[in-house]
Write a protein that binds this ligand. Sequence first.
Ligand code: NAD
Ligand code: MG
Length: 391
Amino acid sequence: MKQQICILGSTGSIGTQALDVIEQHSDLYEVYALTANNRVEELARQARKFNPAAVVIANEAHYATLCKLLTDRPDIKVYAGKEALKQIVEAEPINMVLAAMVGFAGLEPTIAAIKARKKICLANKETLVVAGELICKLAQEHHASILPVDSEHSAIFQSLVGEDDNEIDKILLTCSGGPFRLFDRDRLQTVTAADALRHPTWDMGAKITIDSASLMNKGFEVMEAKWLFGVPADKIQVLIHPQSIVHSAVQFADGAVKAQLGVPDMRLPIQYAFSFPKRLPLKGDRLDLFTAHCLEFFEPDTEKFRCLALAYEAINRGGNMPCILNAANEVANEAFRHNKCSFLGMADIIDRTMQRATFDASPDLEVYLQTDAEARRIATEFVAEKAAAKG
Ligand code: NAD
Ligand code: MG
């Protein structure tokens, strides 16, 4: 029996690479449902190629267009809206849900998939950033396994295979450092979104590429590792590793360090999440340590990259503070991409939102939804203030 997969966010960077993996292993995997937010033509094209039972377009404004594009395919059901995303993951034939939407929007459909006891292949790190405690609790309650797709977490997960009885002494979380690693604060004042979107080693969606340049992404990944592997943040060390070859590592009580190395290619962690515990062949480049020849590691500079410091602050405060951080970051990230705030301005907006938004030490889903809305409102005001000051 082929595994039936639902891809939340199939038109994105992770979604399209997942479809490539599925195509390479069409004897094992079949697409049951595909979803996207706005890219309706791409979604229809994917549907024609992979013949899912259903497609969902989150933005309802595109529903009529999608229906029209698939009129000659009555075998593919077409749905629209946020509720439909939550419902589709529950479909009985689905075995695995690849959560590859971007941002807070991924939280509720992922929760629905967990409650439906699906295996979760998790790329949408914001889900764990915002509500890690709740997600882990629900996964345990509903016996849903969560397999990491993020490359660092996949590397950690791969390093932990066979180590069930051995405690983790320390996680070594690597980070490329982004395109501005060697810039001083003066140069950072004037960098543009176009500069930030030129990531040195990974080709990813726009939001995560900006988060990688500001190092917010690494702060998020510390939280993600904390929840996935049950390790406190002070045992997770961030190492700047510009070559992106050591994808992360685990140190054990005897001092042994196990790591996963490879060329930067997200298809490997995606495929491993699908096939675990098996390894399947994967076409693509192979690591050649003779040409790599130099592997460097540096401490991150949290004074220059304040977003990482703010992420640590949110971890320390706990409660809904990571949710506030995430919402403010989504607003600031988008503002930077649209030239409404500067690169360094993003950290200001996030910092001020963290100070102003209502803190809750023990949030539930309802609180997370309210917090997200409140923090977005506050951060949007700060963006408008900055834009007015500029004009
Ligand atoms: P992307 O922007 O390329 O794609 C996002 C996908 O989600 C698209 O299909 C889009 O249609 C859909 N989407 C966006 N907003 C939505 C909404 N409000 N409702 C419904 N659907 C929505 O992003 P990406 O780079 O593929 O990243 C996806 C997730 O995976 C992110 O959480 C990111 O942090 C994580 N991730 C990505 C990479 C990578 O290499 N791209 C690596 C590690 C983790
Ligand atoms: Mg990563």
